[in-house]
Design a protein around this ligand. Structure first.
Ligand SMILES: Cc1ncc(C[n+]2csc(CCOP(=O)(O)OP(=O)(O)O)c2C)c(N)n1
Ligand SMILES: [Mg+2]
Length: 344
C-alpha cells in the first residue's frame, strides 16, 4: 500500500529549447516503443519475459543524458529505455526483442539482456541485484587502467534486499570506486510493497550506512533526474568515491506480462498517473512557451515512424540457424551418445 502520492512535478525548466525537446522526445520514444512491444507480445511476436518501463521514463531520459559516452552502464531486465537513450538503435533493440540475429545481442538475449559493447551498455540482467557486482568490477577495472569514467548501475528497490547489494556497496565505498548507484525505487518488487521487504524502507539511510553520500530525487521529474544525476556524476568522476541516488518512481503497468496486480488498487495507479513524466513535463514546457502543440505532435509522429521502422526491421530479420546453437559455448556440451561405459 502506497497511499502518499506527492503533487505532480512542476516549476520552471532551466534548459534551452533544443535540449528540453530532446529529453521530451527521448521519453516519448521509450513510451511508444514499449506500447508497441506490449501489442507485439499479445500477438506472440515477442515471447518470453517482458517488463515495461512505462511511467518510469524520466529516469532513463534524465539520468542517461547526464552521463558521458565514456561512462559504463549496467542495467536490469527493465532496461529497454536505458538502451534506447544510451544510443542503441530502436531497430537493434526491437530485433533483439524478437530474438532475431540482427538484434544487439544477436537474438540470444531478448528483452532482459540488451547488451552493446560499443555504447558501453554492459547488459540488462535477469538476476535481481546481479548488475551490482559487475558494476563494481567495471569501476575497479577503470581505476586500474587509469580511465576517468564512472559506472552507472541501475537497479530496483528489490535489489536492496539482496546480498549482492551489500557486498557491492561495501567494496565500492571501501575502495572509493567510481560507481554511481542508481536505485529506481518504484515502491514494489513484483507484488511486494517496499514496507514488506525492507527493514529500513528509507533506502538513503541504508546507503549512507556504507559511508557514501545518498540523495533522493523525484524520479518522475525529468528536470530533477537530469540535474541531480549530473551533479552526482561530477562528484564520482572527480574521485569522490561512489554515490547513491534513489529515484522515487512508479510503474503504471504490471510487473511483467504475467501479473494480475492483486497487490495494489486501480485508484493508487490512477493517483500516480497524475505525476506522469511525459504529460507533466509537456505542460511545463507549454506554460513556459518552450513547446507548441504542433511541435509535440511532430515529436510523437517521429517516434511513431521510428517504431514502425524498427518493427519492419525486426520482422525482416533472420533466425539463427540451429547449426550455430553451440557458438560461444566455453565448455563443449556433453553428448550422451558419445559417453563411454566408464563415464556412465
Ligand atoms: C536473485 C533473484 N531473485 C528473484 C528473482 C525473481 N524476480 C524477478 S523481478 C523481481 C522483483 C524485483 O523488483 P525490483 O528490484 O524492485 O525491480 P522492479 O521490477 O520493480 O523494476 C523478482 C523478485 C530474480 N529474478 N532474481
Ligand atoms: Mg521495484
Amino acid at each position: 500500500m502506497n497511499d502518499a502520492v506527492p503533487p505532480p512535478p512542476g516549476g520552471p525548466v532551466p534548459w534551452d529549447k533544443p535540449f528540453a525537446l530532446k529529453l521530451l522526445a527521448d521519453m516519448v520514444r521509450i513510451r511508444q516503443m514499449e506500447e508497441r512491444c506490449a501489442e507485439l507480445y499479445g500477438g506472440q511476436k515477442i515471447r518470453g519475459f517482458l517488463h515495461l518501463y512505462i511511467g518510469e521514463e524520466a529516469i532513463a531520459a534524465g539520468a542517461l543524458n547526464a552521463l558521458r559516452p565514456d561512462d559504463n552502464l549496467v542495467a536490469t531486465y527493465r532496461e529497454h529505455g536505458h538502451a534506447l537513450v544510451r544510443g542503441l538503435s530502436m531497430r537493434s533493440i526491437m530485433a533483439e526483442m524478437y530474438g532475431k540475429r540482427e538484434g544487439c545481442a544477436r537474438g540470444r538475449g531478448g528483452s532482459m539482456h540488451l547488451f552493446d559493447r560499443a555504447t558501453r551498455l554492459y547488459g540488462g540482467n535477469a538476476i535481481v541485484g546481479g548488475g551490482l557486482p559487475i558494476a563494481v568490477g567495471l569501476a575497479l577495472a577503470d581505476r586500474m587502467l587509469g580511465r576517468r569514467a564512472l559506472t552507472a548501475c541501475f537497479f530496483g528497490d528489490g535489489a536492496v534486499a539482496e546480498g549482492a547489494f551489500h557486498e557491492s556497496m561495501n567494496l565500492a565505498a571501501l575502495w572509493r570506486l567510481p560507481v554511481l548507484f542508481c536505485c529506481e525505487n518504484n515502491l514494489y518488487a513484483m507484488g511486494t510493497a517496499i514496507e514488506r521487504h525492507e527493514s529500513q524502507p528509507d533506502l538513503c539511510v541504508k546507503a549512507s550506512s556504507y559511508g557514501m553520500p545518498a540523495v533522493r530525487v523525484d524520479g518522475m521529474d525529468v528536470v530533477a533526474t537530469y540535474e541531480s544525476t549530473q551533479a552526482a556524476a561530477e562528484l564520482v568522476r572527480d574521485g569522490g568515491g561512489p554515490m547513491f541516488v534513489e529515484y522515487r518512481t512508479y510503474r503504471f503497468r504490471a510487473h511483467s506480462m504475467f501479473d494480475a496486480e492483486l497487490y495494489r488498487g486501480k485508484d493508487e495507479i490512477e493517483r500516480w498517473k497524475t505525476r506522469g513524466p511525459i504529460h507533466t513535463f509537456t505542460a511545463r514546457l507549454k506554460a513556459q512557451g518552450l513547446l507548441l502543440e504542433e511541435e509535440f505532435l511532430s515529436i510523437e509522429a517521429a517516434a511513431q515512424a521510428e517504431v514502425e521502422d524498427a518493427v519492419a526491421f525486426a520482422e525482416a530479420g533472420t533466425w539463427e540457424p540451429v547449426a550455430d546453437l553451440e557458438l560461444d559455448l566455453t565448455t563443449p556440451p556433453s553428448r550422451p551418445e558419445a559417453a563411454t561405459g566408464a563415464d556412465r
